[in-house]
Design a protein around this ligand. Structure first.
Ligand code: AMP
Length: 115
């Protein structure tokens, strides 16, 4: 999508601090970190939110959840201590960037419930 900031990051048009990349997925550090480790994991393909995932995206979703997230958690050293994976969805969910992304937050004890 032409004006999508995360598409531009995925295409290298806007710089990011990359922590992981493969042909389908990019992960980079959040500009405004809410925890010592705060990484955004995005599909390179533009999907507006988790609500836009379709049957054709099952392999992508499984790849992110079964390979990318555990791999990044391990590489950041938060796999044992724990971390939080969040995908804000829509206005009430607090989504501000309309390109599917998973926040991986860790490195401190996180509170619950969120605001
Ligand atoms: P959300 O509010 O769930 O849609 O999350 C969007 C996130 O993107 C926020 O945590 C922002 O800090 C982050 N963000 C926005 N622009 C950038 C950028 N250029 N590089 C890294 N993170 C960004």
């Amino acid at each position: 999508m032409g004006d999508c900031i995360f598409c531009k990051i995925a295409q290298g048009e806007i710089p990011s601090t990359k922590v992981y990349e493969d042909d389908q997925v990019l992960a980079f550090r959040d500009l405004d970190p809410q925890a010592p480790e705060h990484v955004l994991i995005i599909p390179k393909k533009h999907l507006a939110s988790i609500m836009a995932l379709g049957r054709d995206d099952r392999e992508l979703a499984a790849h992110i959840l079964t390979e990318v997230v555990p791999g990044i958690a391990h590489s950041l050293g938060v796999d044992v201590g724990g971390f939080r994976l969040v995908t804000n969805t829509g206005a009430d969910g607090g989504q501000t960037v309309e390109h599917l992304h998973f926040h991986l937050l860790g490195g401190r004890s996180l509170t619950w419930p969120p605001g």
